[in-house]
Design a protein around this ligand. Structure first.
Ligand code: PLP
Ligand code: ZN
Length: 404
């Protein structure tokens, strides 16, 4: 693995050492990026180097922090060709440990926390990041302190408790949880692994960009549709494309990056429509797609810049469209998607009918999680009629009940 040469502020360019834990830029709160000696790496780290490597995100170890990985087999998820639409691919992140792409970021962040000798981590979460932290912290024998809205999907709560994390349910949104973590962290000696407030979750998430390139034969798609809350994956993939260009693996071409949000919480989409470079706090955020209920993304300035540079777009879809798409995807693709992931397909439909994407454009849709984590939400939205029938007459034989 490569030593990090320095951490670089995405606002002012300030350089910080990665020898000790860092949070954000001390001058302006800018998000820090890990930088490697890519020019040096270029001589030995080639696309062909990946052949036969482990089928996890750690296959890209040269561009990940130089530490012993805390891994549960995250990443290198399937890139499935749509059965419904030519040139559409579904990157199925639901197959990650803990059932969502949050595993990637937390594997990298917990790896570095362990490397630094940190013993207590804290996170505000919309749900899936909490489950992922709880799992990786358990694997690393580190304490996890979790703050999440009291109405998170049931699975998230049960997972965190089962992994042995300390869970606080908050009567509020992720932004309220973030404030609580911030207030308590220094007296409780917690290290805050909030989205983009430490440099390594984005390192884990950037591997989605490497995988898109590798799985599509090193030809980047025309478009990538990404369900955006905090936007870490979108930011990470863009970083990956720049790194791959510097490694000589791809050229200067880039996909059009699309951020999809839910209508009940669409701060990035609103800022995009208004031509702004940062977003405003979204009031009374509400959507069935729990992971998209992020009223203000810390990395909004990076997300909006990437949408601009890539010729992309931000848009919002309704909860009705999202839930219809969950069922549609399940029935035509055999993929039981998280509502957030279904939002990507709903956005694709819109962008095809508006002509933003044409039939020949290769587009990758990110299904960011498994629908299995949202059973009560999916069932509540439209309980399907289920046939209940009487079991055939049965008899008991030696303690085993069986039909005959
Ligand atoms: C399933 C799912 N999709 C998308 C998101 C949004 O992710 P990001 O914060 O990277 O934009 C989340 C966040 O919780 C999520 O759980
Ligand atoms: Zn700075």
């Amino acid at each position: 693995m490569a030593p990090i040469t320095f951490l670089e502020c995405t606002k002012c360019g300030e350089r910080l050492s990665a020898a000790q834990p860092q949070t954000v830029c001390p001058k302006d709160g800018g998000i820090l990026y890990a930088r490697y000696d890519l020019q040096g790496l270029k001589k030995t780290f080639r696309r062909e180097s990946l052949a036969g490597r482990v089928a996890s995100l750690w296959r890209y170890k040269e561009v990940l922090p130089d530490a012993e990985p805390v891994t549960l087999g995250e990443g290198f998820t399937p890139m499935l060709a749509s059965r419904e639409t030519a040139n559409v691919y579904i990157k199925d992140e639901g197959l990650n440990p803990t059932g969502s792409f949050k595993a990637r970021g937390l594997s990298a962040a917990v790896t570095m926390a362990k490397h630094y000798g940190l013993t207590k981590l804290a996170i505000p979460s919309a749900g899936n990041a909490a489950s992922a932290l709880a799992a990786y912290a358990a694997a690393a024998h580190i304490e996890a302190h979790i703050f999440m809205p009291k109405d998170v999907p049931f699975a998230n709560r049960v997972e965190c408790q089962t992994y042995g994390a300390h869970v606080t349910l908050v009567d509020g949104l992720i932004s309220d949880c973030a404030r609580m973590v911030q207030t308590r962290s220094s007296s409780a000696h917690w290290f805050d692994v909030s989205t983009l407030k430490e440099p390594f979750r984005v390192e884990g998430k950037k591997t989605m960009g490497y995988e898109v390139a590798e799985q599509l034969g090193w030809k980047l798609p025309q478009g990538i549709i990404y369900p955006t809350g905090g936007g870490v994956g979108l930011i990470g993939m863009w970083k990956a494309f720049d790194e791959m260009q510097e490694l000589g693996w791809i050229g200067s071409e880039r996909p059009q990056m699309v951020a999809v949000q839910a209508r009940g919480c669409a701060p990035i989409s609103k800022a995009w429509d208004e031509g702004k470079s940062v977003s405003e706090m979204w009031p009374n955020a509400e959507t069935v797609a729990a992971g998209l209920r992020v009223p203000k993304a810390y990395g909004d300035y990076l997300i909006l810049d990437i949408l601009n540079k890539s010729g992309g777009v931000a848009l919002a879809v309704s909860d009705e469209e999202i839930m219809d798409t969950v069922r549609h995807w399940a029935q035509v693709e055999g993929i039981f998607a998280a509502p957030e992931g279904a939002a990507a397909q709903a956005a694709y439909r819109r962008l095809r009918s508006s002509g933003f994407f044409g039939p020949d454009d290769t587009v990758v849709l990110f299904n960011t999680g498994s629908g299995l984590k949202y059973l009560e939400i999916i069932e509540k939205e439209k309980p399907e009629s289920v046939t209940v029938s009487q079991a055939p007459h049965s008899r008991q034989i030696g303690g085993i009940i069986g039909p005959y």
